[in-house]
Ligand binder design. Sequence first.
Ligand code: PLP
Length: 393
Amino acid sequence: MSIDKQAMRAELMADAGYVHLNSAGASLMPRCVLQTQLDYLQLEARVGGYEAERQQQQRLDAVYDSVARLINCQASEVALVENATVGWMMAFYAIPFEAGDRILTVEAEYASNYLAYLQIARQKGVIVDTIPSTADGEASLDALRGMIDERVKLISVTHIPTNGGLVNPIEEIGAIAREHGILYLVDACQSAGQLPLDVARIGCDMLSATGRKYLRGPRGSGFLYVSKRILDDLHPPMIDMLAAEWIEVDRYRLRPDARRFENWENNYAARLGLGRAIDYALETGIDSISAEVLRLADQLREGLAEIPGVTVYDIGRHRCGIVTFASNSVAAVEIESRLRENDVHVSVTTPAGTLIDATRRQLPEMVRASVHCFNQQSEIERCLGLVREIAAG
Ligand SMILES: Cc1ncc(COP(=O)(O)O)c(C=O)c1O
């Protein structure tokens, strides 16, 4: 099934002539996602927050089902959280690490995740090791197999890094994790909404994602998947009266489901918006979204590679909608600002976001143009024309 671009464009609310190539930062919500939130906020204003929640309980519960359909799990394995970082951190800090345990991660690991590894390494004497990449740039499965020993407690992998088009082989890594009975955490922040995600195929124990990027949901929304296989082994790093029940003066009981990683107060409008965004993506078809994103991204990469003085930095056998490049004469921030003056919106990615990968590949500050399926060929051409002019000086 191919994308009905006209229908998709009709759901966009961008100003005429506005070109959004920043879906890896925060994408553009479809009209239906905005409307869902507005309706809920209006209800809250009319009847009050608690009353609105009670009236809309079924729809709010259905958001868990939407996430479950998106990633092929059970609703009881889903926690709805404020963003990908909160989801990831709640899972990571719940792992009972001991001195000498090893964490294996990828070269293009996201800064916030790596900082958490460093903190646990400092606090508990855990060892952090990076799986070397293949010549193509993705995490090497052979290298990973060679690194496994009885001390490996966690394999923790970013699916699509923040700094480029790479797609890591999360299913193959999952097969290795399963074979050895090692906990497996996947950061799907940049892939949710642009690539199919099936936790049964991935074989992960935990997976985190955000709402505002490729899912096109609201800011301040995200989710965490925790498999029922391991739920009882994980004690959330923080608990409140939603996560646990206070049953005796000196005793509590954790919730039996993944909502033990949530807390009590929430932005319910954003939650409903996230649910609507997921349903919209599923109605459109993740495979169709994926194919269109790749088609447009490849077109952008090919065009950029032909511009004198411009280097495209994306690596990996499989690529995605994130396109990164730099010019040998104009700084990335300057390119970003000149594009913005012309209503083409991209972002800049800095080495500190993925320090190991950036150091190994000696990456400069790069322009990050991230396409979504609502983008049009004419927008890609407009961006290419402007970069050509800017790079020519
Ligand atoms: C790979 C990756 N993981 C995690 C995050 C954090 O997501 P959030 O800002 O929703 O917490 C980002 C944000 O850009 C990211 O690119």
